[in-house]
Design a protein around this ligand. Sequence first.
Ligand code: SF4
Length: 426
Amino acid sequence: MSGRRRFYVETLGCPKNQVDSDKLVGTLVADGMVAVDDAASADLVVVNTCAFIEEARQESIDVVLDLAARKADGAELVVTGCLAERYGDELAGALPEADAVAGFGVPVTLGRKASGSAVPSFDLLNLPRPAPSAPWAYVKVAEGCDKACGFCAIPSFRGPQRSRSTEQLLAEVDGLAAGGVREIVLVAQDLASYGRDQGVGERRLVPLVDAVAARVDRVRLLYLYPSHLDDALVDAICATGVPYFDLSLQHVSPPLVRRMRRWGDGERFLDRIDAIRAQAPQAAFRSSFIVGYPGETEEDHDELLAFVRAARLDWGAFFSFSREEGTYAADLDGQVPAPLVAERLAELRGLQDDITAIHRDELVGEVVDVLVDAPGVGRSHREAPEIDGVIAVPDHLEVGTIHEVRITGATGPDCEAEPLTVGAVS
Ligand code: SF4
């Protein structure tokens, strides 16, 4: 290997963190450093942490300690991401193994150039990206959140929403498309509020979706707060050819949803889902829910079970409530005992797994377009990358091409398919 400094980046947590890591990699490479797969051979080891819930925080700390033990003598260890942002000083004191602890909201100085001078600090949200390694990519449209959901600490450490400009985003999309990306996955803490911080009442997501759809084959939206899913946005999503709706519902029982300081209830959610299915029968739905929020009664839980049965979502994720310091919910009475939460979670997950498997079985015989992500792995509009199931395709289909395939089988969340044409459709 050359005399250039080598770096290793480990990423934990959500897709939004992956975008930050990609950009970090891009900057370090542009700065003359070389990425390596093995922490032990790196001069600089960066851990991009997650602080979403207790489990994620513990995992982040475990990874930092593990990498501290594995890194070469003299290599630098830098901890960044949400955990660093949230517990900066405290974390720096508790983790003497780390050479630096740096959040994203502050100028970050990572490593030193071969000459010994520091790499300049940067703004992670607007860093250039490295060449894409897959035919799809996340694009983060905003940072922070203006809502105040009872369980969520994100606004307290990521700050209010700051949307990136449409021009900046489209330039990033153009760069990714030029590098072979065919599917763009738009993400933010509260995606449907994109642009609201840029002008009173201004809605910018629909024109952004239209503009991205004009540049790449697919655009997919993740994390839509249900009250913002209006007709214009539904029409825009359907018009992209990827009728995939990732709704951030969290719960359906009206008193509990109010206690979560959120909008909506099961009836309204079902009405919306039914209306979208009537408009786009191929639409796929995903949502996530919190189980065991303080005050959740047996009736609330039954209501959620009934909703899951009625909504027949393609994909559903259920998380146990995590008591986050400084949030509204941390001090609420009616904390639900852990064994009961585990029981409710198992019941909901079992039900949703069955529903997902039925949906997948029903697809057998259907013809869909798949984008080949990796040898043998394809996805139609129904599967978000890294989150949902996949469609197994023959290994010879070229990565980055789109093929018309017939689904020939299904096992749990995954399907398998055979191409209908010899070449790619595009
Ligand atoms: S919208 Fe999402 S990020 Fe914002 S406060 Fe609610 S849960 Fe947290």
